[in-house]
Design a protein around this ligand. Structure first.
Ligand code: AMP
Ligand code: MG
Length: 372
């Protein structure tokens, strides 16, 4: 609950203090089967002139600005309400482009790019002089990705080749998987939204740090540890991702922030499936007696078991992790339009795409887990 209120408070204060200029946000629908290049060129011009354009990628919608223009990066932080120590990912349209922004390129970078670009993988490399500190949040490394989305790639080409783009949500909110989510959070704060429909993957890119001896996964995503290891051998997870010791901080600054939280109080119920189902039913029954309204996130086929809950969202069939990833943020946002007080969600496993889903879910839950 606290996070939702904090979010509204934050935006309210920004408006009151007039820190953000209200601008007219132009929404342009793009037909993927026949991309209107005139619209993309106009959006590219907005970027080259220092403006902000939200655009679809295969992971989530991004909020783009010129990554080599410090003023654009400053505007991105301001529009999102993002802490300026949380660096931005620069999006490129081809591998050659990274030579200008990376100070050195290890063999592993080329191998991974050949295997997974364009696609949902972000590489961390030492940065070159040309990249402003505003874009990297003061770090001397740079995060780089080539998205697999024709609208995004065309926009990057028309926008100068280096588009800094964090997820296009207000800081702390679930990342946008539809243009309407971007509109909800950023209308009147950015110049343009390119509406390319619903995204395909639904969780942010996997971040892999290649700036040190052993490659380290700083954020789990669609490209899994197993997939990296099939190309470059041994890869580790950043110990800061899962450590319960608060002094072990995640290396990606963004991973330390609470994120994605719905207004209602979310907990993840973990354990053997039949026990999880029973526990959820008990919790619902208990809440009913106290007048507490309960929301549930479960598999599609189990929705029917929770007919005494106030709001139930099926996140996909059991075992269909691709579907769960695609629907998670939309589900979290959907609860904000209901009056539930608490939400219980099923948990996800420890390998493959489930790692990324569970990582985001636990962040949304502020790490609250009920183990049965
Ligand atoms: P977003 O684009 O909103 O998905 O956030 C980008 C993520 O990349 C955040 O978690 C950042 O902290 C992380 N990131 C960006 N640049 C770097 C970097 N140079 N080193 C480590 N993490 C980074
Ligand atoms: Mg984000």
């Amino acid at each position: 609950m606290a996070m939702g209120n904090a979010h509204r408070h934050f935006l309210g204060n920004l408006l009151k203090n007039k820190k953000i200029e209200m601008i007219n946000t132009l929404v342009e629908k793009i037909d993927r089967s026949n991309i209107d290049l005139d619209v993309i060129r106009a959006a590219g011009k907005v970027l080259r002139e220092g403006g902000l354009v939200a655009f679809p990628t295969e992971t989530v919608y991004g909020l783009g600005g010129d990554g080599l223009n410090p003023e654009s990066s400053r505007k991105i932080y301001e529009a999102k309400g993002r802490p300026s120590d949380n660096p931005l990912i620069i999006h490129v349209a081809d591998f050659e482009s990274i030579k200008k922004i990376a100070a050195s390129i290890p063999d592993t970078a080329k191998k991974l790019a050949d295997a997974f670009w364009p696609g949902p993988m972000t590489m961390i490399l030492p940065k070159s002089e040309i990249v402003p500190m505003e874009t990297t949040g003061g770090l001397n490394t740079i995060a780089i990705r080539m998205p697999k989305d024709d609208i995004a790639l065309e926009l990057i080409r028309c926008g100068g080749g280096y588009v800094a783009a964090p997820s296009a949500n207000a800081s702390g909110r679930p990342s946008p998987t539809k243009a309407s989510h971007v509109y909800e959070d950023l209308n009147e704060r950015i110049d343009m939204i390119l509406d390319g429909g619903e995204v395909g993957i639904g969780v942010e890119s996997t971040i892999i740090d290649l700036s040190e001896e052993t490659p380290v996964i700083l954020r789990p995503g669609y490209i899994t540890k197993e997939m990296f290891e099939s190309v470059i051998g041994h890869v580790i997870y950043d110990p800061g991702l899962t450590s319960v010791d608060a002094s072990v901080k995640p290396k990606a600054p963004g991973m330390k922030y609470r994120h994605y939280a719905p207004k209602a109080d979310l907990s993840v119920v973990e354990g053997d499936k039949s026990r999880v189902m029973l526990k959820m039913k008990d919790l619902i029954a208990d809440n009913l007696t106290k007048g507490i309204k309960t929301g549930i996130i479960c598999n599609d086929e189990d929705k029917i078991s929770f007919d005494n809950a106030d709001y139930v969202i099926g996140i996909g069939a059991q075992g269909d992790e691709e579907m769960a990833a695609r629907h998670l943020y939309d589900a979290l946002r959907e609860f904000d339009s209901t009056d539930v007080d608490v939400i219980y969600s099923i948990g996800f496993g420890e390998s493959g795409l489930a790692v990324a889903i569970m990582n985001r879910l636990l962040k949304a839950a502020g790490q609250k887990v009920i183990t049965v």
